[in-house]
Design a protein around this ligand. Structure first.
Ligand code: NAP
Ligand code: GCO
Length: 264
């Protein structure tokens, strides 16, 4: 049974993995034996990530590059290949959100979200896939969202990007599954991280919405998402391909609210 989830020696890159969901994913994959690499764009976050791994008695290779810059990505991946090895597992986790109504949204803001959340996974996967094709083995996990299938006011750019990422995931599967590369997505529900901090405070109307719409009646934790990533990165998922695994406490299954037992 342990063999099924053993990632010993698997070279792994988690983009934007210094905190939040990405950090939880890096930690669990490292615990399963993977040689985890994490990039970010801020030096102090790379340092806090190193400290978090060290605290758990784990190693991490950190490097600075911007996921939207093709040259920077190429340099970063080449550095990983030279110092750690050819990537076996890629987690396209880096992401941003801008909560702005469409009429107020500058096109530049819209494009920036599309660049980080949709174009960057393409840039990185294109750079990493040839190494996986050569090995005839690889796992790519794209961090999608419930916004891959739902709209919501103020998050048009984010939802457009994450909807696109769902279909990019499916198209990568169509082109690369024959090389024994499994490309899947995770669609987290509402997870307690820095990204959701502004809408999570007690009394914030969005906090009420999450608590009353989520059948599990709680915010998700980064570890809830990381457990799904472990499955998708493991041998247990060798025939799972082009799938989006929603980790959302049931909110996508629920059209209604769940506050009281017998309320209608
Ligand atoms: P987070 O705490 O905001 O972390 C996002 C990470 O991405 C940060 O480390 C950030 O770096 C990095 N990043 C942003 N732009 C980057 C760039 N250009 N190059 C490199 N790294 C960059 O977010 P999270 O909540 O953990 O979310 C992780 C992923 O899950 C995202 O794709 C997000 O959209 C998705 N997601 C989150 C939720 C949720 O409820 N939290 C739900 C569904 C999907 P800095 O810290 O240096 O800015
Ligand atoms: C928000 C966004 C996202 C969601 C997530 C849902 O306003 O914060 O809706 O960050 O948490 O993408 O899957």
């Amino acid at each position: 049974m342990k063999d099924l989830f053993d990632l010993t020696g698997k070279v792994t890159l988690v983009t934007g993995g210094t905190h939040g969901i990405g950090l939880a994913i890096g930690l669990i994959l490292a615990k399963a034996g993977a040689r985890v690499c994490v990039n970010d764009i801020q030096d102090e976050k790379l340092q806090s990530c190193k400290d978090a791994f060290k605290k758990e008695g784990l190693d991490v290779y950190t490097l600075k590059f911007n996921v939207t810059d093709e040259k920077d990505v190429d340099k970063g991946i080449s550095q990983i290949e030279k110092h750690i090895g050819v990537i076996d597992i890629l987690v396209n986790n880096a992401g941003i959100i801008k909560r702005i109504p469409i009429l107020d949204m500058a096109v530049a803001d819209f494009k920036q979200v599309i660049d980080v959340d949709l174009v960057a996974p393409l840039i990185i996967s294109k750079r990493v896939a040839p190494g996986m094709i050569e090995k005839r083995s690889g796992k790519i996990i794209n961090m999608c969202s419930m916004m891959s299938v739902y709209g919501r006011n103020t998050v048009s750019a984010y939802a457009s990007a994450k909807g696109g990422l769902k279909l990019l995931t499916q198209n990568m599967c169509c082109e690369w599954a024959k090389y024994n590369i499994q490309v899947n997505g995770i669609g987290p529900g509402y997870i307690a991280t820095a990204q959701t901090a502004p809408i999570r405070e007690n009394g914030h109307p969005f906090n009420d919405l999450v608590m009353t719409r989520t059948p599990a009646a709680r915010w998700g934790e980064p570890e809830d998402v990381a457990n799904a990533a472990l499955f998708l990165a493991s041998k247990a998922a060798d025939f799972v391909n082009g799938h989006i695994l929603y980790v959302d406490g049931g909110i996508l299954a629920n059209f209604g609210y769940v506050k009281g037992e017998n309320e209608v």
